[in-house]
Design a binder for this molecule. Structure first.
Ligand code: GLC
Ligand code: GLC
Length: 816
């Protein structure tokens, strides 16, 4: 069952009922000012950091779900019985005559009708200002005059979202506002009197008939946003908040003739003042920058221009990789939604979604490094900066803070370090950037350790620390030590947590000299080679040779101690027992080492890779994707940790963890299996499972972190949509491996691996300074390039040689 449809020409997903199985959200903002907005107008706004600079409140864990947002109420008093409704249906939930929500790239629109009054709300964050604009158009389609009132509503957060929901003894006394122009502009200035030099505004471009800034005055002390007193009374109270919960609400009364429309522009903005220019009079905030912002968007023309600027920005960005094939769903995901989600994961890492509260994880070291892989072709300069930021949280021994806060860019000491896959992801992200841009200067940048510039090294020096960390932290089988956990945060082999409430990762010793990871071995072979190539590019052949010697040792360990007979072992625990082996009662086979070892090329020539992927197909595959392990753990295993804490079928305990499905798909392309690679791609691909939205539940235009596995009661149900490494990895898989346009240091390589019936296709790819127009004749082949012609000349191999000065390449690839 579907709850909407894709409008590919408009680059939008159209939701046709507010009653989706879960809130279906969108992200507004591309740089520093962001909002989350659901299909019922729920959500919140922050500047840079969802924990430290939250503008508006949102209540996670609310009942009913998703019941705080930036709401507009329409009160229609034309007839004797007044009707109150919202364009997004919530929070009043009056049945609408018509409802449509369109989530586009950085904007959302709501068009709803009740009793022949239409409301259209367009909401977006403009490219170059720290504000969210809502353009609200009310049209009277009755055959008589309509009497209406429009009420706006936003609830301020007192900036630190964590403190805001804990420290009530203080926070209920600190709230402060200023109101100007009779209520047209409301300034939220809590804590501005002390250490903050920022405030927020909510402003509308018209004279108003009243306002409220006290939540209790607007809602009534015993009401929620579904039944505000002021709306019921039809009259704002002009309340000025002092402490408690400040809000911003304006009332606009309207008399619309039959057929008449009126448009209002609301701005929710974030303003910073210089430390020495905070006040225009004692206690009165300096409003100059706010007035400038308000002025910039006071006309419809200015708002329309800002929206078209946003739209052309996206159109231009997405043209960096564009496919035209006979597979509508592939085109839709590649050209629009997958790249869009890559931008969102790059911006948010794992901080703010409807499942990440914005006060928890911040930026993840491994997460952000992987997000880069799907983002670097969009805006390489931002990727460059991110790499430097991430590397700055590394320690001198190569290990790294697992997470950092986006505002301060400082490592988060609650979680600390000790996740032994982290260092190698830095090589992955950097190598992707250099292959994309050819910019070797990044490797020579001086980058601090733990933000301490006095111990800086070049970025290449950091990568060496990453490489050496793994090379020097090996266990009894010559495999890399796992530490607190590797990619699988829940495989905690050194922790032994026995009591509820203890962290599975950081409680106890958490690091040990025995527990080893075959997955990290796969990473070391893959990213160690990428490190060696970077060393060669810098002219350091000796370092490249040294690296390759180290890689050989780990490769050997992986195909001996890391091999279980039919598949790769997952790990050795701290008693040196195998994890993910036929010897185990539960958890006999894990997905991670099969996908990653094979994509790294391990066991290909020995014939082990074929066997490993066969085992995955036989033991882990389902109609909704490949499960992370089997058989599921039915009881808690102290020696394994969190992985066995989940009920079977959920999360890392035998869920379909979408993030590592593309690893298996990529692994299949390494072996030339186009049919199977694509089959795996399709099973978790949003566009291909739109039809089962009632089972899948999460948004049909983006990936979720997890789909419940076969052992779960709700097999096929998605959870934790949006912020997942799945976005980047599936884009890497489809764009670089299945469609086969892979950036190497020497130029683009064209080597697709597609299903036999895929058909011919064309790709436009912007790469470095040139545009490549690539057409692929498939000839029913799954893999292999028979002939490659570049600008009329045949070239050998699959890499398009780089010619300086050439801005356009016309490429014809014939498979077979
Ligand atoms: C979550 C984490 C990611 C981890 C994965 C597997 O998605 O964000 O860092 O690799 O779970 O545990
Ligand atoms: C929990 C989650 C896992 C996530 C981790 C992040 O362990 O189950 O998916 O990666 O938290 O710390």
């Amino acid at each position: 069952m579907k709850y909407g449809f894709f409008d590919d020409a408009a680059l939008e997903y159209v939701i046709t009922t507010p009653k989706t199985p879960l809130p279906w959200i969108n992200y507004l903002g591309n740089k520093e000012f962001f909002s989350l907005i659901s299909n019922t107008c729920g959500g919140y706004t922050f500047f840079k950091d969802a924990k430290l600079l939250r503008l508006t409140r949102y209540r996670y864990n609310n009942v009913p779900y998703d019941n705080n947002g930036k709401y507009f109420y329409i009160k229609d008093t034309t007839d004797s019985e007044a009707v109150v409704w919202n364009p997004g249906w919530q929070p009043v939930k009056t049945a609408l005559d018509k409802y449509e929500c369109r989530h586009g790239l950085g904007y959302s629109t709501f068009t709803s009708t009740k009793n022949d009054v239409e409301a259209k709300v367009l909401t977006f964050v403009p490219m170059n200002d720290n504000c969210e604009i809502s353009k609200v158009t009310i049209t009277n389609n009755k055959d008589k005059a309509a009497k209406l009132s429009l009420f706006s509503y936003v609830e301020w957060c007192l900036w630190n979202a964590d403190d805001d929901m804990k420290n009530f003894q203080r926070n209920l006394s600190t709230g402060e506002v200023e109101v100007t122009d009779g209520g047209s502009t409301i300034y939220h200035k809590t804590e501005y009197r002390e250490r903050r030099n920022h405030y927020a505004i909510y402003s509308v471009n018209t004279a108003v008939d009243g306002f409220d800034t006290s939540r209790d005055a607007f809602l009534g002390a015993y009401n929620g946003p579904d039944s505000p007193d002021v709306v019921a009374a039809g009259k704002a109270t002009n309340s000025v908040a002092s402490g408690w919960s400040p809000i911003a609400s304006q009332q606009i009364n309207l008399e619309l003739k039959a057929g008449e429309s009126k448009t209002f522009i609301f701005i929710l903005g974030y303003i910073e003042n210089p430390e020495d220019d905070k006040w225009e009079a004692p206690g009165v905030v300096n409003k100059k920058p706010a007035l400038k912002m308000i002025d910039a968007y006071k006309s419809e023309a200015a708002v329309d221009a800002a929206l078209s600027e946003l739209k052309s920005y996206w159109k231009d960005l997405l043209s960096n990789y564009h496919i035209s094939s006979s597979n509508e769903k592939v085109d839709r995901m590649v050209n629009i939604w997958n790249q869009y989600q890559c931008m969102v994961t790059f911006n948010m890492s794992r901080s703010a979604s409807y499942y990440e509260s914005g006060i928890g994880r911040g930026m993840g070291f491994r997460d952000s490094c992987q997000d880069l892989l799907g983002f670097v072709h969009l805006i390489p300069d931002r990727a460059r900066q991110r790499i430097i930021d991430i590397a700055s949280t590394q320690f001198q021994d190569g290990s790294a803070y697992h997470q950092y806060q986006p505002l301060t860019k400082k490592g988060n000491s609650d979680i600390g370090s000790g996740f032994n896959d982290d260092p190698l992801w830095l090589i992955a992200g950097t190598s992707a950037y250099v292959r994309e841009t050819g910019d070797l200067s990044i490797l020579k940048e001086m980058v601090p350790f733990d933000n301490d510039m006095s111990v800086a090294k070049t970025l290449m020096g950091h990568l060496k620390c990453s490489f050496d960390f793994t090379a020097t932290h090996k266990g009894p089988h010559g495999l890399p030590l796992i530490g607190r956990a590797d990619w699988n945060d829940c495989l905690n082999l050194n922790c032994f947590s026995e009591h509820p409430g203890e962290s599975f990762q950081t409680f106890g010793p958490s690091e040990g000299p025995v527990a080893e990871s075959v997955f990290i071995a796969g990473m070391f072979v893959k990213y160690g080679e990428e490190y060696a190539q970077l060393a060669e590019l810098l002219g350091d052949q000796a370092e490249a040779d040294r690296a390759r010697d180290e890689i050989k040792k780990v490769y050997e360990a992986a195909i001996t101690a890391g091999w279980d007979g039919e598949w790769f072992v997952r790990a050795y625990d701290s008693h040196s027992n195998k994890v993910g082996s036929k010897e185990c009662e539960e958890g006999q086979i894990y997905i991670e080492p099969q996908g990653f070892c094979v994509l790294a090329g391990i066991g290909v020539k020995e014939g082990l890779a074929e066997k490993a992927l066969k085992s995955v197909e036989e033991r882990l595959d389902t109609k909704y994707g490949v499960m992370i392990l089997q058989p599921a753990y039915t009881k808690y295993h102290l020696e394994l940790g969190e992985v066995s804490s989940y009920p079977p079928g959920y999360k890392e305990n035998a869920g379909i963890f979408c993030h590592n499905n593309p690893w298996v798909s990529i692994a299949e392309t390494v072996l030339g299996h186009g049919d199977r690679a694509f089959e795996i791609y399709k099973k978790t691909c949003p566009a291909y499972i739109e039809e089962i939205s009632d089972v899948h539940c999460t948004e049909p235009y983006v990936y979720s972190q997890m789909v419940a596995g076969r052992d779960a009661k709700f097999f096929g149900q998605g959870k934790n949509s949006w912020l997942t490494g799945t976005a980047a990895w599936t884009f890497v898989n489809i764009s670089q491996y299945i469609l086969g346009v892979y950036p190497t240091h020497n130029g683009l390589s064209i080597d697709p691996c597609v299903p036999a019936d895929f058909g011919d296709f064309e790709i436009t790819r912007k790469y470095r300074d040139a545009v490549y127009h690539i057409s692929v004749k498939q000839n029913g082949a799954q893999k292999g390039i028979k002939k490659l012609t570049v600008n009329g000349k045949e070239v050998s191999g699959s890499v398009i040689p780089y010619e300086s000065g050439v801005k356009e390449y016309t490429v014809e690839a014939v498979m077979g």
